[in-house]
Structure formats: C-alpha cells, structure tokens
Design a protein around this ligand. Structure first.
Ligand code: NAI
Ligand code: MG
Length: 352
C-alpha cells in the first residue's frame, strides 16, 4: 500500500498527524508512506504549491491522503502559485472526476444542525459530484462587444462519455446503499443537462436494481432543507454539486466532521487511485493552536482504506470509533466543545 501523504498548510499537518496515528494503530502490513509538500508548504519548501516532484509522488502512489491548503500569507502570489492550485492541479492531473461526499447525521449531534433536529436526524446521503467538466472547465473570458459593452462568458458543456462515467460511479454507489439515485439537473432550460438526463436514463437501464429519479436543481436545493431524509444518492454536475454539497454538509452540523473522496477510474470498484480529504479548508484562523477537529481527516482515511484497498472492516472500525467518541460527548471547538486536536485523536484511538 503506497500512500502519498500531502498534509498541506494551516491545520493540514495537525489533523494529518492524528489520521496517521490511527493508520499506525491498525498495524496493516506493507504500508509505505510517501510524504509530499503541497500548498503553502510546497511553495515554502519547493517553490511551488504543486511541484513536479510532488506530482510524481502522486502518480507513484496507490492513493493520496490530502490535508488542506489555503495559506493566507500566499494570497498575494500570482494565481498559479497560490496554495489552492495544488488541489485543482491534482484533480486535473489524475483525472479525478468523481467527488463522493457522504453526509450522515451522527447520533447526538442533531442539535448542531442548522435544521430542526427531527429533520436533520434523518440525513444519510451521498452526493456524487462530477469534478472535471461543466462550466468550470469550459472556455471563458471577458470580451468587449461591438457596441463597447464588456461581456463575461463561460462555456458549459458535457460530452456524453463524461456523463456516462460519473453515472456509473453513482449507480454503483446506490447499489451499495439503499438503491435510490436522484439525478439533479436543469434539463428544462439547459441543453447540457438535457443530454445529462438522457445519458442517466440510458445508463440506468444497466442497473435495474437502482431506482432512478430526476430533480431540477432549484427544487433539489429546496428539498435538501425541507426533507433531506428523502435522499440516498444524489448525482449532479460540477457547479450544482459544488453548491449542493456545501449546503448538505451544513445540514449535518459541523465542517470538522465531513470527509470526501475524489476518484478516477470507474470500471473497478477497488484499486482505483483516489484522493481523500476533509471538505474543509486549512482554517488559518485556528492553525498552529491544536484546536482543529481531526475527525474529518480520520474519516477520510477510512474512506481511503475502503475505496482504494478494499479494507471494509478497517474502514468500519474507524468510522465506529469516531461515532462512539462523538456519542460519548467528545466535542471539538467546531461543535461548541473544548477538546483539542490531540485529545480527539486520543479519544478515537482509545475506542478503536
Ligand atoms: P475553512 O474550511 O478553512 O474554515 C472555515 C471555518 O471553519 C473557520 O472558522 C475554521 O476555523 C473552521 N474549521 C474548518 N475546519 C475545521 C476543523 N477541522 N476543526 C475546527 N474548525 C474548523 O474555510 P475558509 O476559511 O473559507 O478557507 C480557508 C482557506 O482554505 C482558503 O484559502 C480556502 O481557499 C482554502 N480551502 C481549501 C480547501 C482544500 O484544501 N480542499 C477547501 C476549502 C477551502
Ligand atoms: Mg465549494
């Protein structure tokens, strides 16, 4: 198991430290950690947020554990040297087109949700967001029209193979859960998403055991706060997924709890090289103070073991240990508590 460890900057190294303690405690055979410097750490050490040597490590590794990047002291650098280029560059470089973001309510945390506890308590969903296409990666610019007015423009497009590969990821995910897939689009207005819907239906024919439904994105935004318990798996494009997955994560309670996977290939369930990271950023406001909640990072490790190495039992053990720590009242600052990074790590290790 060759694991690239890219802790990044800000709270990244602090939370990564705890995740690696958990990995160590599992005492898995044949683990090789390949450390790399990304984001602000990459810029300081190697002169670039995503140095060629770091990309080489990413290619060599079987999976990538990623902390966070976003060092504010680098904000005045040119765009290509900013820390965030590390994560964007890795997604592109490795064709990580499928972003899996589970959002599940942990027992006892319903009060932390922005929603009413009885509504939040039912949340158990997975958002599958396409990560390599859509309007984010189309041609774009600001041009001057003949009459002198300036016009900003961004081209939205999806080729059918791009939709097909994310569809397969989503259908397979639904097979492993409650068997319900909701495809979120805007096919009433956008041709791109008419094709999206057509391809979803086509691919759906290969998965008779999954119930496919369709929802327009504006309604989906409403349903996510009205009755999030209705969703099992949601699949959607890059931009809609960006917005809806942030929204869904906040329905659960804290940003310090949510993990994600960015995956490449579709055809094999295991053995796919993925990048696993918390959904939060590098939290410069609390960096270096031992205050960050490492749970999202630890849960990202669990998802990595499951997806990249087929270690389901180990993944479940980690997830259960985190859930038990929360049920026992261990609370970081993000959850209104006082437990620090190491203390939370200790609590998870003890329950593991
Ligand atoms: P952020 O997620 O870093 O922080 C938002 C708020 O949540 C802050 O108050 C922070 O203290 C808190 N928070 C975040 N993670 C926490 C944790 N594990 N435990 C306790 N509290 C936590 O988002 P923000 O402030 O918008 O961005 C900071 C930097 O991170 C920016 O430069 C941004 O571009 C970058 N960023 C990087 C991402 C990545 O590496 N994948 C994702 C999102 C943002
Ligand atoms: Mg976002």
């Amino acid at each position: 198991m060759k694991i690239a460890v890219f802790a990044g900057d800000g709270i990244g190294p602090e939370i990564m430290h705890e995740a690696l303690r958990v990995l160590d405690a599992l005492a898995l055979p044949d683990v090789t950690l390949m450390e790399g410097y990304v984001g602000g750490a990459g810029y300081r050490k190697l002169g670039h947020p995503l140095h060629a040597d770091t990309i080489r490590i990413a290619h060599e590794a079987d999976a990538i554990l990623f902390g966070a990047v976003g060092d504010f002291e680098c904000d005045n650098l040119e765009r290509h040297l900013r820390p965030e280029q590390a994560i964007l560059g890795l997604r592109r470089e490795l064709t990580l087109f499928a972003n899996l973001r589970p959002a599940t309510m942990f027992a006892g945390l319903e009060e932390m949700s922005a929603l009413r506890p009885e509504v939040a308590g039912k949340i158990d969903m997975l958002i599958v967001r396409e990560l390599n296409g859509d309007v984010y990666f189309g041609e774009k610019g600001i041009r001057t029209l003949d009459d002198g007015r300036r016009q900003g423009w961004d081209l939205m497009s999806y080729a059918e193979d791009e939709v097909r590969r994310i569809a397969h990821v989503a259908f397979r995910a639904a097979q492993g859960r409650k068997g319900r897939l909701c495809s979120v689009d805007k096919s009433n207005v956008l041709e791109t998403f008419q094709l999206w819907r057509d391809v979803m239906i086509e691919v759906g024919a290969e998965y008779p055991d999954v119930a496919l439904s369709h929802m327009y994105v504006d309604n989906a935004a409403m349903q996510l706060v009205r009755d999030p318990g209705q969703f099992d798996v949601i699949v959607t494009g890059n931009m809609f997924g960006d917005i809806l997955s942030d929204q869904a994560s906040m329905c659960v309670g804290s940003i310090g709890l949510l993990a994600s996977a960015a995956l490449g290939e579709t055809q094999t369930q295991y053995g796919t090289k993925g990048l696993f990271e918390p959904i939060h950023g590098s939290a410069p406001d609390i960096a270096g103070q031992g205050k960050a909640n490492p749970m999202a990072m630890i849960l990202s490790l669990a998802i990595m073991l499951r997806h990249s190495f087929g270690l389901e039992a180990e993944a479940v053990r980690i997830e259960a240990a985190v859930a038990q720590a929360l049920a026992d009242g261990i609370r970081g600052g993000d959850l209104g508590g006082t437990a620090g990074t190491a203390e939370i790590g200790d609590a998870v290790l003890a329950r593991l």
